[in-house]
Design a protein around this ligand. Structure first.
Ligand SMILES: Cc1cc2nc3c(=O)[nH]c(=O)nc-3n(C[C@H](O)[C@H](O)[C@H](O)COP(=O)(O)OP(=O)(O)OC[C@H]3O[C@@H](n4cnc5c(N)ncnc54)[C@H](O)[C@@H]3O)c2cc1C
Length: 517
């Protein structure tokens, strides 16, 4: 019996909507179930990074999204007198998008949702709640309640992505634990509309005041964000009132003539991981699988990476190209990366929220001294501590120095001579990329209809099946990994790599599909 949907997505937050775009573009039959009638108006995420922009580039939406973002602004950690003791200027990590951008989450979700309307193969049901998932060996039945009519319906899909947030009802129904900790401190998060600018408006400042630390961040489209901890003795209900919010902002020199308050909401910070990210045909993604404190702006970003990792694998499994076991590598690849980012977020949080005045008095001169050292100072300032795109374990052949690494994305000339970002210049999907003239044997992969793209040096004439490496970025990336040919997975991570005279590892595909007779 045919199964009507390839994938059902529960939850239409930033992770669910990214997955809907990616699967929609791949032509899959997708149904999305979202409980809320419209986009969640509370702007939670305020920042994102270059790799996430590259993923949204794969959905064709990055340039539109960037129009609503703010980039290139300074990030300062300041003491009680407002003096900077640590300034970060994240350097590019090779994705060819700004390393860090400030966002306004509802606007971003709006663009991503509009993107999904390009795909008639994606059906979106808002104001519908998924109340039960039941799976068998072929698919999953989803019981869904229409929250307007209260009618219940069942949808059947081959796989399910549960992107239903930190309190994921799907995770609970599957009996998957969500271990970790919730911090005692709760934070009041204030979003405001700017009426009149003030001198320091255009920088993110972490006010590292032991009495009451604060986050103070410009967000695009005329918005600004502040976050303050709720202290012992504070009345939480009173603190979200306009009067109390005004009192908090006055401490930072912000008056009613500067901003209108849009909303004030209280959040807790958590560090939690789902025990398993896969239960049969159901996958947890985004906050449903992991939550971290917001200090380095990587919660949503990690979920978007989940969607990218999972969707191409689902597509190849649904298409019969790869075995279902490949889907086990989703958690194997993604979890260590999320854990590293979570540790970093926790450590940054400690730096910002330290309440012991003696420790903060020691911290500020110590950090200043470290920042003056040439090597360590630069390492911290440029955010070189941020983990690069690489999976030590997972779905790669482990055959050469580049395996498991995400390739960088320089500007290149495509085969028609147009200057494009690398991902836009080559066919989507699996790809053999080799230095022109390389002697790596790629025939086994060509037999599977995997296209070959030769990398030509700067100055060469564009030609069919080539890219011209105008800035030398691809050549350098390959040379740094002592390799002259790689096979890229659809998410632009390397499956196998080889040096001249060598051979690429065997393709993992289930059936031979020759492109040419
Ligand atoms: C104060 C704060 C600041 C943050 N700052 C950043 C930042 O700067 N950068 C960053 O990357 N991240 C940040 N985050 C984290 C980020 O907001 C989340 O990681 C992100 O929103 C999670 O996206 P998601 O799609 O996984 O889940 P959600 O956005 O929670 O979406 C889940 C969706 O599932 C729906 N749903 C739930 N149950 C059901 C059901 N049974 N049926 C149908 N639908 C259902 C919900 O209605 C919801 O729309 C911040 C978070 C907070 C709280």
């Amino acid at each position: 019996m045919t199964i009507p949907f390839d994938v059902a997505i529960i939850g239409y937050g930033p992770v669910g909507v990214t997955a809907a775009n990616l699967l929609g573009a791949l032509g899959h039959r997708v149904i999305v179930i979202e409980r809320e009638p419209s986009i969640y108006s509370r702007a939670r995420a305020i920042s994102t990074d270059e790799e996430v922009l590259r993923i949204w580039q794969a959905t064709g939406l990055a340039e539109r999204l960037k129009q609503d973002m703010l980039g290139g602004l300074p990030l300062h950690f300041v003491d009680t007198k407002g003096r900077t003791y640590l300034a970060l200027e994240p350097a590019s990590r090779g994705s060819n998008h700004p390393p860090q951008m400030f966002i306004y989450q509802p606007a971003l979700e709006e663009v991503l949702r509009t993107g999904v309307t390009r795909y008639p193969n994606v059906e979106v049901l808002v104001h519908h709640e998924s109340v039960r998932v039941e799976q068998d060996s072929n698919g999953v039945n989803l019981t869904v309640v229409d929250l307007t009519s209260r009618q219940s319906r069942t949808f059947r899909a081959r796989y399910v992505i549960a992107a239903d947030g930190g309190s994921s009802p799907t995770r609970a129904q599957l009996g998957v634990g969500f271990e970790g900790r919730t911090y005692e401190d709760r934070w009041i998060v204030i979003d405001a509309a700017v009426k009149q600018e003030w001198p320091e408006i255009n920088r993110l400042r972490f006010h590292c005041d032991p009495k009451r630390p604060a986050v103070d961040c410009p967000t695009p489209l005329g918005h600004h964000r502040w976050e303050f901890p709720i202290l012992p003795g504070d009345d939480e209900a009173e603190l979200v009132t306009e009067t109390a919010v005004r009192r908090l902002l006055t401490r930072h020199g912000i008056g009613p003539h500067h901003v209108d308050i849009l909303r004030a909401t209280v959040y807790s910070h958590h560090v939690r991981f789902a025990d398993r990210w896969r239960v049969g045909r159901i996958f947890l993604a985004g906050d449903a699988a992991h939550v971290m404190p917001p200090w380095i702006g990587e919660g949503m970003a990690s979920g978007v990476r989940d969607a990218r990792n999972l969707c191409w694998k689902l597509s190849d499994v649904i298409g019969g190209r790869l075995p279902d076991t490949v889907l086990d590598t989703y958690e194997v690849e993604r979890q260590p990366h999320v854990r590293t980012l979570t540790r970093l977020a926790v450590n940054f949080g400690r730096l910002i929220t330290e309440r012991n005045p003696i420790l903060t008095a020691l911290r500020n001169p110590l950090v200043r001294a470290v920042m003056r050292t040439p090597i360590l100072g630069r390492h911290i300032r440029n955010a070189d501590w941020f983990p690069g795109p690489a999976y030590t374990r997972g779905f790669h052949a482990n055959s050469g120095g580049a395996d498991g690494h995400g390739i960088s994305q320089p500007w290149v000339l495509d085969e028609n001579g147009e200057r494009l970002r690398f991902d836009d210049a080559v066919p989507p999907g699996w790809l053999i990329l080799r230095l022109a003239g390389s002697t790596v044997d790629v025939r086994a992969w060509e037999n599977h209809a995997v296209p070959v793209v030769d990398v030509l040096p700067a100055g060469a004439a564009s030609a069919k099946g080539t890219v011209v490496d105008i800035d030398g970025g691809l050549t350098d990336w390959l040379a740094e990994r002592h390799t002259s040919a790689v096979v890229l997975r659809p998410d632009t991570f390397t499956y196998t790599s080889a040096r001249d005279g060598g051979r690429l590892a065997k393709p993992p595909f289930l059936a031979i599909s020759r492109s040419t007779p």
